[in-house]
Design a protein around this ligand. Sequence first.
Ligand SMILES: Cc1cc2nc3c(=O)[nH]c(=O)nc-3n(C[C@H](O)[C@H](O)[C@H](O)COP(=O)(O)OP(=O)(O)OC[C@H]3O[C@@H](n4cnc5c(N)ncnc54)[C@H](O)[C@@H]3O)c2cc1C
Length: 313
Amino acid sequence: MTVASPSSLYSDLDVAVELDAPLASHTWFGIGGHADLLLRPRTLPALETLMRRCRRDGLPLRVLGSGANLLVDDDGVDGVVVKLDSAIFKTVEWNASGIVERMRAYGGASMESIVQECKRRGLRGLEQMAGIPASIGGAIRMNAGGKYGAIGDAVDAVALLAHDGALRIYQRDELNFGYRTTNLPAGIVVWASFRVASDDPVACRKRVLEIFTYKQSTQPLAASSAGCMFRNPTMPDGTMKSAGQLIDLAGLKGTSVGGAFVSMQHGNFLAVNKGARVHDMRALVDLVQERVFAQFNVHLHTEVVFWRRGDEA
Ligand SMILES: Cc1cc2nc3c(=O)[nH]c(=O)nc-3n(C[C@H](O)[C@H](O)[C@H](O)COP(=O)(O)OP(=O)(O)OC[C@H]3O[C@@H](n4cnc5c(N)ncnc54)[C@H](O)[C@@H]3O)c2cc1C
């Protein structure tokens, strides 16, 4: 525990507190260490105050979404980890501001549930997110997506809580979404609103099913992974290549280190068996990077976020 007197951070706030909290069960990898301090605010003012106090005390603050793109070091993580899983942060408002074509979802809301609900209501705009596990905050931070588009395509506005505890709303024309990136500054996505449009419910269902079926046929969705480990690189000749294809061409499918292995189905899915250590995964990542560099003269950068003690949050 590196927090000198943590209770002064939260004792008067409406937050659920867990000291030395295991994080493995909060991530899709299902491995990794503990958080010194896991806090789950129950109100927005509590979250705002917490942000201000962490800044005041120089404590790193990290936000955990659904853990689908995250690897927490075996030695755990310092500072404060915040999880937005209380009711207010999972709220989804349909017909926001009385406009049918607007939907507002808080940062901890489940992307999968929203895709299902859009399908049920006959709303299109977010079907490209079918089969992508995420919270709204995590999906926006990563601009999650794939072949059929990304979440940024449907975003109307984002409310971001900065480290000084101020909530600022970014409108569509201020936002840039790129390949797994956004221009949003550091901070916590508190909510986002989306443009969705009424459509034939049968057509909506068909589209979601088509996208999900494509994902299922190409990716090992049931493996303990975080989806694609590496970003698709730009090659020395300026073209973008699939990282999975390079890993496959380098003959690395099926390669393993300890309990971590490269999927046979998709070269960019690095997964773990029960009992694996994050150390194994890190060694496998290094090995894949070295081999791909040796063969193609290109460095693969990780898309998965690693949390380690001492790293800047
Ligand atoms: C089986 C599987 C398939 C996948 N397929 C895809 C795919 O097709 N396309 C794709 O893009 N990704 C895919 N992924 C990766 C993952 O689904 C996305 O990156 C997703 O956006 C992660 O969201 P999360 O809520 O789980 O974020 P986490 O993994 O919890 O966190 C990821 C990052 O987002 C930050 N974050 C989380 N919440 C917030 C918030 N409220 N405000 C600010 N920052 C926040 C975290 O601090 C961290 O830096 C897949 C993962 C799995 C396990």
